[in-house]
Design a protein around this ligand. Structure first.
Ligand code: ZN
Length: 429
């Protein structure tokens, strides 16, 4: 164990150096398959201490008990010693060797991370004012311009406003869309994306939602006020374009070693109880205190100010193809889980009908893992919004965060159907 700790310390130094360079030459994504308790614990500790960037953890987290809610029945099952979930990790050559030296079995998912990053950035900055397309990823400026363009072209329907300022002073812009008046009394559907900066497909889907809502003829805009915030972590998103494509957290700067907080572990509901880290270098660092980040506070403030009016909260992440309702901090389900499950099923069926993409649905802790401090759990547990879902978009881990531009439009098209159906059910249309 001593040897293990010493090796980890050595690697902390090289890890900080490599990650901050923001270049991915020689980096790979490995799918590691732990076979014993000790291997799972090793990976968990490496993530907690910030040595390892875990893109996707195994189902059930780190060998935790799993609870399934399906077909009106609750099923509890505990991971047996041979049922460890595989884990996707980003490694350079040295870290790949370290994992192999520890005897961990892995397969290479992506051998050329650098080339895929380049592919995702192609066409950068070419979009003229408001002329967004979904055949490539858009920068923050392009997305914000698109929102301003919609608001200026359709002032009777759309308004841009700021939910608050980020750590670096950027506006967290949202587009408010509604038709036929009563803006102050109608129920609200709130959709956000981009809390995790590197999940580029999420802001793309959110901005496609503007387009879809503007063309909707089924009454979605007359029955509700839609608030869509495509980038809840604009500092981080900007940094993924300019500094480090695979940056996840906010950009707050409190320690000299590691910047940023995982905003989706920072919300004030069972904060830091499970699935989060108190180490500032960890990708799942929950922050010095709950709601320490201006980005999470901005959402909390909006939700508190509109308590009782928000009927649905949908938050977009990637990747894994999951449609999840609360809770993540406990295996217990919300009281209305059967209704949440019913709507999730309808939404997923609508999604799959578009391009055949398969999603799983259920409570976060039952189909993924335990995590405390998410916006999803906060909005359900504290603000008591009835319909709350996290959508983990494409894919299931082949490209992961480096989803090629060719998949943006199909992902948008299918996800819009799920959003539409979930909103329709939440608004009882
Ligand atoms: Zn995420």
């Amino acid at each position: 164990m001593k040897l293990f700790s010493a090796s980890l310390l050595c690697f902390l130094v090289s890890w900080v150096t490599c990650a901050s360079a923001g270049r991915y030459e020689g980096f790979q994504v490995l799918r590691v398959s732990p076979r014993k308790d000790v291997e799972t614990k090793l990976l968990e500790r490496m993530e907690q201490e910030g040595y390892l960037d875990v893109f996707r953890r195994g189902r059930g987290g780190w060998g935790s008990p799993r609870l399934g809610a399906r077909d009106g029945r609750l099923v509890t099952r505990f991971c047996s010693p041979v049922m460890y979930g595989s884990v996707d990790v980003l490694v350079d050559k040295a870290k790949a060797k370290l994992l192999a030296d520890f005897g961990l079995k892995s397969d290479t998912l992506l051998s050329d991370v650098d080339r895929l990053v380049e592919n995702q950035m192609r066409g950068r900055g070419q979009v003229r004012y408001g002329n967004v397309t979904w055949d490539r990823y858009n920068t923050l400026e392009e997305i914000y311009d698109y929102m301003d363009h919609i608001a200026s072209e359709h002032p009777d329907v759309a308004t841009v406003f700021s939910l608050g300022k980020t750590w670096e002073g950027r506006d967290i812009k949202a587009l408010r869309l509604t038709r036929d008046g009563d803006e102050d009394t109608k129920p609200i559907v709130f959709l956000d994306a981009g809390f995790h900066a590197r999940e580029w497909i999420a802001p793309a889907v959110a901005s496609y939602t503007f387009h879809s809502l503007m063309h909707d003829a089924t009454g979605l805009l007359s029955s509700a006020v839609w608030v869509v915030a495509p980038s809840m972590n604009p500092d981080g998103y900007e940094y993924t374009w300019t500094g480090d494509r695979l940056w996840r957290k906010t950009r707050s700067n409190r320690t000299s070693v590691c910047k940023g907080v995982d905003p989706n572990r920072n919300f004030d509901f069972h904060w830091m109880e499970v699935g989060a880290s108190d180490n500032p270098c960890s990708e799942i660092y929950a922050g010095p205190s709950a709601l320490s980040e201006p980005e999470t506070m901005a959402l909390a403030d909006y939700m508190e100010a509109h308590r009782g009016r928000v009927k649905a909260y949908l938050t977009l992440h990637s990747y894994s193809q999951l449609f999840m309702y609360p809770f993540g901090h406990t295996l217990d389900l919300p009281e209305d889980w059967e209704e949440l499950d019913r709507v999730a099923k309808l939404a997923v069926e609508a999604l799959t009908a578009v391009h055949g993409t398969e999603y799983e649905y259920g409570s976060c802790s039952s189909i993924l893992y335990l995590d405390a401090g998410s916006s999803r759990d906060y909005v359900k547990g504290v603000v008591e919004v009835p319909y709350v879902y996290t959508i983990e978009l494409r894919d299931q881990g082949y490209y992961g965060f480096l989803l090629p531009p060719e998949q943006i439009l199909p992902t948008c098209e299918e996800t819009w159907e799920a959003i539409r159906v979930a909103a329709k059910e939440a608004l009882a249309l």
